[in-house]
Design a protein around this ligand. Sequence first.
Ligand SMILES: [Zn+2]
Length: 68
Amino acid sequence: MIPYYISKIKELNGMHLLHRYACASIPEDESDSILLGTFNSCEEALPAAQKIYPTSTGCPYCCRSCSK
Ligand SMILES: [Zn+2]
């Protein structure tokens, strides 16, 4: 199980990015991301992220299979 985070910062395209633990693209300031919990994959973490931000999508680096 891996911790996943959702960024509070909106990307230019209006999306919020879902990250795996230790991704280099997680916002530097801890207060700019929310710990969603631990999941087996980004496919499982994404619905949890979308409950907070409906426009959540996977980070293109750490969650490529969930990235749009
Ligand atoms: Zn990432």
